[in-house]
Design a protein around this ligand. Structure first.
Ligand SMILES: Cc1cc2nc3c(=O)[nH]c(=O)nc-3n(C[C@H](O)[C@H](O)[C@H](O)COP(=O)(O)OP(=O)(O)OC[C@H]3O[C@@H](n4cnc5c(N)ncnc54)[C@H](O)[C@@H]3O)c2cc1C
Length: 417
């Protein structure tokens, strides 16, 4: 059992009076052991959630999470924090809505404030065709029991007061998911790490996986920069680096890796209380609790592992933002970065065992895997623990690339795919 949360008002006041010296590390700095029941590669949200659910729901606690850098230093700590379940097909709607439902009570379950903010998520239509498609999407979402509202221009302008009345592309309407919102991304990683650690999971940072020993098409052990580890069940959750890990096992994945960028401005007083996405202008924006505007750009469609981003995409995102909200034109960018996204041809994920027995992958999250973390972790943990696919993840298979039964969610993936 975890000790009672130190994050209460009394403890904060005490800390303030005593120089903040009472804080303890939220997880142990574990040394890797020579054998585990399950090893998870990748200390992002998906890897940590998988470890937590293995321990909490399946009682499997002899588990290690191996992270080559630091917890949450990959895409989990680089994203624009948008959480939504506005997908089209029933299987993906069920999957992402399960994740959203888990997010709604995650702070309580993990006893850690992930700052989930249900502020609503708008997707704007800028021509009659987009408007009709959005009405269609709203109907599909409602049929899938997901909350959705279509509003004409008056409804959009009433809900987003600062929106430009005379933008380059007129506003023909908007699709609102009221339950959509944001959460603090690194808090999600820290919360899962802390909870998994409390259940006995070893979280090993600065430990890169460099190879596998495979005998008779079954994985036996893995090689790391901190020694070899014997383990017959491995979960790989390394986002844009999935193909590199697969190559170490002699596998080729139906994944392509691209850089996606994000930016934050200097902080300003609260002025935007919802998430706004405009596929036509290429902008999506929300405001953090600190006051910074968080701004995302599109995928740079040049295959790359370079996490630094580039100026042309920054300019494009800034143009889109200023077109929608001219009043933001005088804000300065404070930070800019990129993360490497793992994109499948149908923009749907893969949570499945590979052709190497015992070696499982959770990948294909592309530009939208942050919102999926609780569902992705649940499903990978279930598969590793029981040997059976979780029903929610039946669509997220390797097999679909052979049979052609793709679940094409390119539209719901938004502007980035
Ligand atoms: C700019 C940007 C904006 C985004 N915006 C959103 C958004 O608003 N909403 C949303 O839902 N999604 C968004 N995403 C996507 C989302 O961030 C990712 O899909 C999600 O975080 C993937 O989580 P993960 O745990 O699979 O991977 P990661 O968080 O990337 O974690 C993988 C970890 O594996 C480690 N690793 C890699 N190779 C090895 C190795 N050999 N050995 C050990 N460790 C290794 C890495 O260091 C990394 O820490 C965005 C992504 C980016 C880049």
């Amino acid at each position: 059992m975890r000790s009672p949360s130190p994050f209460n008002a009394w403890s904060l006041i005490q800390g303030g009076l005593s120089g903040q010296r009472h804080w303890q590390a939220q997880w142990r700095k574990a040394e890797p052991r020579r054998t585990y029941d399950v090893v998870i590669i990748g200390g992002g949200g998906h890897g940590l959630a998988t470890a937590y659910y293995l321990a909490s729901r399946h009682g499997i606690r002899n588990v290690a999470v191996l992270e080559k850098g630091w917890i949450g230093g990959g895409n989990t700590g680089r994203n624009t924090t948008v959480i939504r379940s506005n997908y089209f097909y029933p299987e993906s709607a069920a999957f992402y809505d399960y994740a959203l439902t888990q997010y709604e009570q995650l702070s309580r379950e993990l006893d850690y404030n992930i700052m989930f903010s249900r502020r609503g998520m708008w997707v704007l239509a800028h021509d009659p065709h987009q408007r009709d498609k959005m009405r269609h999407s709203a109907n599909a979402m409602r049929l899938n029991n997901v909350d959705a509202e279509f509003h004409g221009p008056d409804g959009v302008y009433a809900a987003i007061p600062g929106l430009n009345r005379n933008p380059r592309y007129p506003v023909w309407g908007g699709l609102l998911q009221p339950r959509g919102g944001t959460a603090r991304h690194d808090a999600v990683a820290w919360a899962y790490a802390r909870a998994a650690n409390a259940l006995g999971v070893d979280i090993v940072e600065q430990c890169e996986v460099t190879g596998f020993d495979i005998v008779g098409e079954r994985v036996q052990s893995l090689r790391t920069t901190r020694g070899d580890i014997a383990c017959g069940k491995i979960g790989v959750a390394v986002a844009g680096h999935s193909s590199e890990i697969a190559k170490l096992a002699g596998l080729e994945l139906p994944i392509q890796s691209y850089a996606l960028q994000a930016f934050v401005t200097e902080p300003v007083k609260p002025c935007l209380d919802t998430v706004v996405m405009s596929p036509a202008t290429g902008a999506y924006v929300s405001q953090t609790d600190k006051g910074e505007l968080v701004l995302g750009a599109g995928l740079d469609l040049y295959l790359s592992y370079a996490q630094r981003g580039n100026l042309p995409w920054m300019e494009r995102a800034a143009q889109g933002l200023v077109d929608l909200f001219p009043q933001f034109s005088r804000l300065r960018f404070l930070r800019q970065w990129a993360g490497i996204c793992d994109v499948t041809r149908d923009s749907s994920p893969i949570i499945d065992e590979s052709a190497v027995a015992g070696l499982h992958f959770s990948c294909g999250w592309g530009t939208g895997g942050f919102k999926a973390i609780p569902a992705g972790g649940t499903c990978l943990a279930h598969h590793l623990a029981t040997g059976e696919k979780h029903p929610l993840a039946s669509f997220a298979s390797f097999e679909r690339f052979v049979t052609g039964h793709l679940v094409d969610e390119a539209g719901a993936a938004g502007i980035a795919h």
